[in-house]
Design a binder for this molecule. Structure first.
Ligand code: NAP
Length: 244
């Protein structure tokens, strides 16, 4: 299927590893000009070697001022993937201020800030755009030790709808993808314990975790005009977890 993305310019956050890195690779292969934003320079260096022409921006999106400096003049962007996220797991009674602040700063506040920068540029140019927020099945189901993470993703789902409402009149669509566990570095850190993993696997009708490509394909569809009438949606990529 031709997604018609060639020649567009996309910005992907959290591009150094996992879902973000694979999204950059896929967009680059489709002829999209990509700005890859992440926190570790070495990851960006290898990504640029792998995908010549990709522009890289190294910034910690948890810092509002650094992000403004790094992305304030990023230039015209048509497509945005807000993918950067952290999962700092703690039992609810042991949640710390630091984990709480960092989680909301990266998983929610940075989405607001980067989306403002990109949307303001689109509106000034009178150009249409598409934004995909990488949420999680954890936005809609409680998981042990995930109280803060679940809360950030629940807020992200609602932010997606609120952005769709206000940006729709400007021809900017905003959607979320909500994956189940994916064995990226984040997935491996949190789900390598078979006992813990099996508890979730047993709740997935398809009986397996997602591959990165499943998530990337959903992102590409929501970025493309093939989903031109879809905005404000939260698309599960979860093998049916949220259906139960
Ligand atoms: P990952 O393997 O940990 O990769 C995340 C990437 O984001 C890394 O390159 C990381 O850079 C970057 N990043 C994190 N914090 C950042 C910050 N403050 N500023 C700039 N870049 C930052 O994670 P992933 O599994 O690919 O997850 C991507 C998204 O999918 C996240 O939003 C996550 O919540 C969501 N998700 C993941 C799963 C899963 O099971 N993996 C399931 C559902 C949803 P550094 O490594 O340098 O910090």
């Amino acid at each position: 299927m031709d997604l018609g993305l060639q020649g567009r310019r996309a910005l992907v956050t959290g591009a150094g590893k996992g879902i973000g890195r694979s999204t950059v690779r896929a967009l680059h292969a489709l002829g999209v000009r990509v700005v890859a934003v992440s926190r570790t320079q070495a990851d960006l260096d290898t990504l640029v070697r792998e995908c010549p022409g990709v522009e890289s921006v190294c910034v910690d999106l948890a810092c509002w001022e650094d992000t403004e400096r790094a992305l304030g003049r990023v230039g015209p962007v048509d497509l945005l993937v807000n993918n950067a996220g952290v999962a700092l797991l703690q039992p609810f009674l042991e949640v710390t201020k630091e984990a709480c602040d960092r989680s909301f700063d990266v998983n929610l506040r940075a989405v607001i800030q980067v989306s403002q920068i990109v949307s303001q540029g689109l509106i000034a140019r009178g150009a249409p755009g598409a934004i995909v927020n990488v949420s999680s099945q954890a936005s809609q189901r409680a998981l042990t030790n995930h109280s803060v993470y679940c809360s950030t993703k629940g807020a992200l789902d609602m932010l997606t709808k609120a952005m769709a409402l206000e940006l729709g009149p400007h021809k900017i669509r905003v959607n979320a993808v909500n994956p189940t566990v994916v064995m990226t570095p984040m997935g491996q850190a949190n789900w390598s314990d078979p006992q813990k993993a099996n508890a979730v696997l047993n709740r997935i009708p398809l009986g397996k975790f997602a591959e990165v490509e499943h998530v990337v394909d959903a992102i590409l569809f929501l970025l493309s005009d093939r989903s031109g009438m879809t905005t404000g949606s939260t698309m599960p990529v979860d093998g049916g977890f949220l259906a139960t």
